[in-house]
Design a binder for this molecule. Structure first.
Ligand SMILES: [Zn+2]
Length: 133
């Protein structure tokens, strides 16, 4: 199968996932309305409020994911999908199939993870020594 065909498969999967997330987000709103109907007692208002809070937090995360997926679909449509954000190299199709949301190639991803780990550690002398050679 050609790379472009595989990318189309990923696109289909993303569109399907986005549909699922959207319908689940709508369900959440329905559930919230039911919860309000079921607790007319003012003493239960706190319960309703806390349910709402959790639901809103979930919806925020879902909405973020929906936006991320939308962005990936737009990238596919504009031909930018599968290109590393950092170095501009083509990301291997197997990596894209495993992790469709990846915007970095394996090398840059590893580099970024290393930087994250090293962030709090003091800069190694080896890293700066070349300035003085
Ligand atoms: Zn890269």
């Amino acid at each position: 199968m050609m790379r472009q065909e595989k990318i189309q498969l990923i696109r289909n999967a993303l569109v399907k996932k986005m549909g699922e997330l959207c319908s689940r987000a709508n369900n959440t709103i329905c559930k919230m309305k039911n919860a309000e109907d079921r607790f007319p007692d003012p003493f239960d208002e706190a319960t309703v409020e806390s349910i709402k809070f959790v639901e809103f937090a979930c919806r925020d995360r879902e909405r973020e994911l929906i936006l991320d997926i939308k962005e990936m679909i737009m990238r596919i449509d504009s031909g930018l999908f599968g290109i590393c954000d950092h170095c501009g190299r083509v990301i291997h199709i197997n990596r894209l199939l495993a992790e469709p949301m990846s915007k970095l190639c394996v090398v840059c991803q590893k580099e970024r993870e290393m930087h994250k780990k090293r962030k709090s550690a003091p800069l190694a002398v080896r890293d700066i020594s070349y300035h003085y050679v």
